[in-house]
Design a protein around this ligand. Structure first.
Ligand code: BTN
Length: 246
């Protein structure tokens, strides 16, 4: 086992991603080290947002990886394997899991997990990657400003042991990371694409202030979303260039 080979519990971390980053700076940390907490006072989300999570209810953790065999141009494969690992975990509870591009995990139309991947790059090498995951397990009440949250408890109707969930999820992530290491990238990408939220469904998107109708047809190797517009032309969008209009 690589992911979860070493597990560190950090009581009341500001952010497990920041804690992982400080650990890397202060000395060698073995690959796969998983840092988890019960509460973050400064949990970070994508696009500079905050990640809020009720004390002790959910999974909040970061994994340290050294994927030096992945070139910076291919770094999207890290999002791919992490997203699939979380989806695999949810599927074991018979929960529907979809990946909302690029890496939000949805069940139905609700978000159950968020991923924050921070890669350090030197020249043409990823020197380290910190994959931070927030997965809602037992939380039932969420602040009103969180748009569409859901948790494993809400989906299954029962409480779950967060410790066991973490172990099980680490196994799912580890399996997927081994596929990355063994070069099964095409399989991973195909599974990622077919697991996409609203894949191949006509829906509305917004880009540069304009709303248009289109359907997701693929994702490029670099992680750009490919949308076919109703008019028939295909356009590629990088992260933050397009959003769903629900
Ligand atoms: C998102 O905005 O969807 C990404 C959320 C990522 C949250 C996790 S919780 C553990 C790790 N530590 C952080 O500060 N953020 C990530």
């Amino acid at each position: 086992m690589i992911i979860g080979s070493d597990t560190i519990f950090c009581k009341n971390a500001g952010s497990t991603n920041s804690y992982a980053s400080a650990m890397i700076k202060s000395g060698h940390v073995s690959e796969g080290t998983l840092i988890h907490t019960n509460f973050q006072s400064a949990g970070r989300g994508q696009k500079g947002s905050r990640w809020e999570s009720e004390d002790g209810k959910n999974l909040l953790f970061s994994i340290i990886l050294y994927p030096s065999f992945v070139s910076p141009a291919d770094q999207f494969i890290i999002s791919v394997f992490i997203s699939l690992g979380i989806s695999d975990f949810l599927t074991t509870f018979d929960c529907e899991a979809k990946i909302k591009w690029p890496n939000d995990i949805y069940s139905g139309d609700d978000k159950i997990a968020g991923i924050l991947i921070e890669n350090s790059i030197a020249g043409n090498t990823i020197t380290n990657s910190i994959a931070g995951i927030g997965l809602n397990i037992n939380q039932e009440d969420f602040p009103a400003e969180i748009p569409n949250p859901v948790s494993l408890k809400i989906l299954t109707g029962v409480d779950h042991d967060t410790g066991l969930c973490l172990q099980k999820l680490a196994v799912c992530l580890d399996r997927r990371y081994k596929q990355v290491i063994s070069g099964e990238w095409a399989e991973l990408r195909n599974e990622y694409i077919s697991s996409l939220y609203r894949f191949n469904q006509w829906c509305r998107f917004k880009s540069a202030g304009t709303i248009f109708e289109g359907r997701i047809v693929s994702v490029s190797e670099q992680g750009c979303l490919q949308i076919e517009k109703k008019q028939g032309n295909k356009i590629e969008f990088a992260f933050k260039e397009v959003e769903f209009v629900i």
